[in-house]
Write a protein that binds this ligand. Structure first.
Ligand SMILES: [Zn+2]
Length: 424
């Protein structure tokens, strides 16, 4: 391949190029002039070492808000990331990314003597229109599917570039029984549909409006649904009829069980739509509302929709073995390794060894970074390549398979499986 991300001609992508199936590259953060070194820590998983960006059912939003863009970068704000939380892999990964993208020879870590220079480099990079595409090409990334959850119905390509596709997050629509209901990202279904042509008055009209929205996904470069309900509720999905859901529709004071009924109905509705339109569903599993995010909670849904293609994310950390067992049983499951090695590279390598052995064929795994800023994405991809190579080398060394099988599997995981799965 002669050209790289977004048609950029600097460097070229080799046969091990990456199709990154999941990022949170948001239009509002693209070349944002307020982004500095502190923003990268605050708005990355390193920031999650300080506070989760999503509240648990027992918490309020006040405890979770990160510092806004434009907050000046001071050493006393950076230092705790390096000296208090410096053992955490999210922090290690981000530091590696900052040095890979902005470091000079001799920069072995981020410290009191180089942080001001690196902060300036981060600020300046956002003034360079070619920064994003060139950096992605240099990292061997040829295409990205982003989950721009702040604008779930937007076409991101005019801002982010033609190397991007996106997914449509369905949380707000699954929860939208009433005008005021918002998902954990603050999205309201009635508002989103209102912007596109009018607020539906009945559940029937609501479903029809969603059907229209889905029909136009391809024109917006949207290639799949994203189910991130593990941040809003338990993943367990019961069955619910249209009649039951319509009794909840428009109710200002619906009870928790009525809300759950409505959401259950809508999740099944989206699974049916996905099968009808042959659109995959990416599903967040693991952590989140951790009491409800075990992958087995989705087993009945997966079983009820054998024609729907589910892309199960994050190796359902910490329940990777349970997920791999499910993926052996249910042949409408695929595995998105995204984020799992960022949580724990050690666990990831063990799980990847097992995944290679247990998955029924070589077409099941794909990968993505799950990051907001480029520096974190670059480090994630470097880290993934290293970990994947070590696992494949080990498999060859132990004569589990030969080098040519290892190389074929590497290409499949890096891009071929995702190309086929998303029909890109
Ligand atoms: Zn994500």
């Amino acid at each position: 391949m002669g050209i790289g991300f977004d048609g950029v001609e600097h460097g070229s992508l080799d046969q091990d190029w990456i199709l990154d199936v999941h990022e949170h590259h948001l239009p509002e953060l693209f070349l944002c002039p307020q982004v500095n070194l502190l923003s990268l820590f605050e708005q990355s998983y390193a920031g999650w070492t300080l506070r989760r960006p999503y509240p648990l059912p027992s918490e309020g939003w006040g405890e979770t808000a990160p510092k806004p863009n434009g907050t000046p970068c001071r050493w006393e704000d950076l230092k705790p990331y390096l000296e208090e939380r410096g053992s955490n892999h999210f922090v290690r990964n981000l530091i590696r990314g900052i040095l890979l993208v902005h470091g000079q020879e001799g920069d072995h870590t981020l410290n009191a003597s180089n942080w001001e220079r690196l902060n300036q480099a981060v600020i300046q990079s956002r003034q360079d229109p070619g920064f994003q595409a060139r950096t992605l090409t240099q990292s061997g990334i040829g295409k990205i599917i982003t989950d721009a959850y702040t604008q779930p119905t937007a076409d991101v390509r005019p801002v982010l570039g033609k190397g991007y596709a996106s997914v449509m997050r369905i949380n707000a629509f699954c929860m939208g029984y009433h005008a005021e209901v918002a998902d954990h990202n603050g999205n309201r279904a009635w508002e989103l549909l209102g912007q596109l042509g009018g607020v539906p008055q009945t559940l029937e009209a609501y479903l029809e409006a969603i059907g229209h929205l889905v029909s136009s996904m391809a024109s917006r470069g949207q290639v799949a649904f994203k189910h991130a309900l593990a941040y809003d509720r338990s993943l367990s999905t019961g069955s619910a009829s249209f009649k039951q859901a319509s009794e909840v529709w428009g109710k200002a004071n619906a009870s928790p069980s009525e809300k759950a009924l409505f959401e259950d109905f809508m999740v099944h509705f989206f699974c049916d739509l996905a099968a009808e339109r042959d659109l995959p569903i990416q599903v967040h599993l693991g952590t989140a509302w951790i009491r409800g995010s075990h992958p087995m909670r989705l087993a009945s849904l997966v079983e009820a929709h054998p024609g729907t293609r589910f892309l199960m994310m994050h190796l359902a950390y910490p329940w990777s073995r349970d997920l791999l067992g499910m993926a052996f049983v249910y042949r409408n499951l695929w595995i998105d390794l995204t984020w799992s090695w960022l949580l724990s590279p050690t666990h990831f390598q063990m799980a990847l060894h097992e995944a290679i052995e247990i998955l029924p064929d070589e077409h099941r795994m794909m990968m993505g970074g799950d990051n907001w800023h480029l520096e974190e994405t670059v480090a994630s991809m470097h880290c993934f390549r290293d970990l994947l190579s070590e696992v494949l080398d080990e498999k060859v060394r132990r004569a589990y398979f030969d080098r040519s099988t290892a190389n074929r599997l590497r290409r499949r995981i890096l891009h071929e499986n995702a190309q086929a799965f998303f029909k890109l």
